[in-house]
Design a protein around this ligand. Structure first.
Ligand SMILES: [Zn+2]
Length: 574
């Protein structure tokens, strides 16, 4: 049977990554690769590299990497089935209703059915405890409806409900994130929990957050759906669908901490608000939100973790050219509590919002004495570090002014404050001499006409475990292609990174074997140097501690090493 994987391969074969990406990014040829300004983060010098040979791209600024499918999905902000459809059309490939697409749809349907089931359960008299809890928290019927809030009683009812119309396989049920297998039986993952559906930007329910009912000490307070084929935690916000229109309209998004913060804010008419899902803010989330607005107001909890989140958010936001603002909920511990006690306050925080840098610096210097040298140095290095992330020049000069105002440290050309004269960081492709010798060896090996390692190359001289694994593969598979190697290590993130780094940064078309031999020779020299140094240290220790036996043994090993080295030197001179 023609699988979806075959279709994906067919599309990949018919389309060239350079053509596909050129529609979005101006690419210039640089050796074997193409290079351009990254569309996924803000930069001035190009660090986005496309390799037509392995049909992949990589950005050395923000780390984005992938094939045409990843690229289109990301840049168009669409899901995988849509990407597949779009690229199939471009490639002229007639898409059969692929297994993968229908699998997506089936998992979506399970989540949709579950939403209906949970909503019905919430309104059953037998579960009135759950509904009462929501009322007690001040959540209205309107919110329950708008956000599709429900209740998971646990047991087998959900399974029976889901299986009533369509039959789903065990694998599909577990993949939906709503079921677990225990002792051979499939049952609901969420037990006695209030269920908050998480909707995708287009409104489909893709996951849930389940809050345990008070008095039920079953698992954590909040439990989220696991990662599933339709849900990736790091790319989604709670409230992204419900708040999307208002975010556009207000041209501002408020980032708060939790599910109930979002709902409470909606109830008082502030509907441009979302929350990350139980994890720290990610760059994927910021990238997504930057398509709706360039203005972000961080409004996290008033504890230390919340404040650290503001700093991290500020740093991440620089990549996407976002304007950041920040506030806290003091004297209340979180937004939900603030809205309950002083509903008007949120409105005024939004109106009088201050930029995140001013906020962070004010908080940072609050309990420090500028006249104390140690504390003064800490402030300076904090400023230096934070401003190092700011790439926008006009923002940078604004922040420098803010810094002078807040710290009251005079700013002149001779100011000791490095930060005030620091240039924004620019990302560049790391030049070859920054990578260590083993990487360079790998690069030259990968750019040989025939990628092979004969007997004379000894693997023991290599230290880097990942490089070693690649070389071992080459040794076992003489004359393999770069594509074979990429494919072999597709699943191993670290090794894949190394291979991509090598391929994307190599500037010549081909390397010759003399070059490879030279690098190898240097590596061998280093290997012996390293070994000799090790033995010297070990022998010295053994002698100092009076361990006669050990020292004799080491000495012998050392002599063997020396012989081996001499033998190598003689043979390499032949
Ligand atoms: Zn980038």
């Amino acid at each position: 049977m023609n699988s979806s994987r075959d279709q994906i391969e067919e599309i990949k074969n018919k389309l060239d990554i350079v053509d596909v990406i050129s529609k979005y990014v101006q690419l210039k040829q640089a050796g074997k690769n193409f290079i351009g300004i990254c569309p996924f983060h803000t930069e001035k010098t190009p660090s986005f590299v496309v390799s037509p040979e392995i049909q992949r791209y990589k950005c050395f600024g923000c780390g984005e990497t992938g094939d045409i499918f990843n690229f289109i999905q990301k840049i168009e902000n669409i899901d995988f089935p849509e990407t597949l459809e779009k690229l199939a059309k471009e490639a002229g490939v007639r898409l059969e209703k692929s297994i993968s697409t229908s699998r997506y749809e089936r998992i979506e349907t399970i989540n949709k059915q579950a939403t209906i089931f949970f909503y019905q359960q919430l309104h059953k008299p037998i579960n009135k405890e759950a509904l009462n809890y929501l009322y007690k928290r001040g959540i209205t019927d309107e919110s329950i409806k708008n956000f599709g809030i429900g209740y998971a009683p646990g047991g087998y009812d959900l399974l029976n409900y889901i299986q009533k119309e369509k039959k789903y396989s065990k694998e599909e049920l577990i993949s939906s994130g709503l079921f677990v297998e225990k002792e051979g039986k499939i049952r609901g993952k969420f037990v006695k929990r209030i269920m908050f559906p998480i909707r995708s930007s287009s409104g489909k329910v893709i996951a849930f957050t389940g809050r345990v009912l008070p008095g039920n000490d079953f698992g954590p307070k909040y439990m989220n759906s696991p990662e599933t084929p339709i849900y990736s935690k790091k790319e989604n916000f709670y409230g992204q669908y419900e708040s999307r229109q208002e975010i556009r309209k207000q041209d501002l998004v408020i980032l708060c901490e939790g599910t109930t913060d979002v709902i409470s804010a909606h109830q008082i008419g502030v509907k441009n608000i979302v929350a990350p899902l139980g994890t720290a803010l990610t760059k994927e989330q910021l990238q997504k939100i930057s398509k709706l607005t360039k203005n972000i107001l961080f409004l996290f909890d008033s504890d230390i973790a919340g404040q650290q989140a503001v700093e991290k958010g500020f740093i991440l936001a620089q990549q996407f050219g976002l304007r950041t603002y920040a506030a806290n909920t003091l004297p209340y511990k979180d937004l939900d509590e603030m809205i309950g006690k002083e509903p008007k306050k949120l409105e005024s925080i939004i109106k009088k919002r201050i930029d995140a840098y001013t906020y962070l610096l004010t908080e940072y210097v609050k309990d420090k004495d500028i006249n104390n040298f140690e504390q003064y140095s800490r402030i300076v290095s904090w400023i230096d570090r934070i401003l190092g992330y700011v790439t926008n020049e006009s923002l940078l000069s604004f922040y420098v002014k803010v810094g002078v105002n807040i710290t009251k440290i005079g700013h002149s050309k001779t100011s000791p404050l490095k930060a005030f004269s620091s240039k924004p960081k620019t990302w560049k492709i790391p030049p070859i001499n920054n990578i260590d010798r083993e990487h360079v060896f790998l690069q030259h090996l990968l750019y040989q006409k025939n990628i092979s390692l004969d007997k004379k190359f000894e693997l023991k001289i290599f230290e880097n475990k990942n490089i070693l694994e690649i070389l071992a593969f080459v040794k076992q598979n003489p004359n393999c292609s770069r594509n074979d190697i990429v494919k072999k290590f597709e699943e191993n993130r670290d090794i894949k990174d190394i291979i991509e780094q090598s391929i994307f940064t190599f500037s010549l078309d081909e390397s010759n074997s003399v070059e490879l031999d030279n690098i190898y020779e240097n590596l061998v020299k280093e290997y012996y140097k390293r070994k000799e140094r090790d033995y010297n240290v070990k022998i010295a220790i053994a002698e100092k501690t009076g361990n006669q036996k050990e020292s004799e043994k080491l000495l012998e090993e050392f002599q063997n090493l020396t012989k081996e080295k001499q033998k190598y030197e003689q043979s390499s001179q032949l």
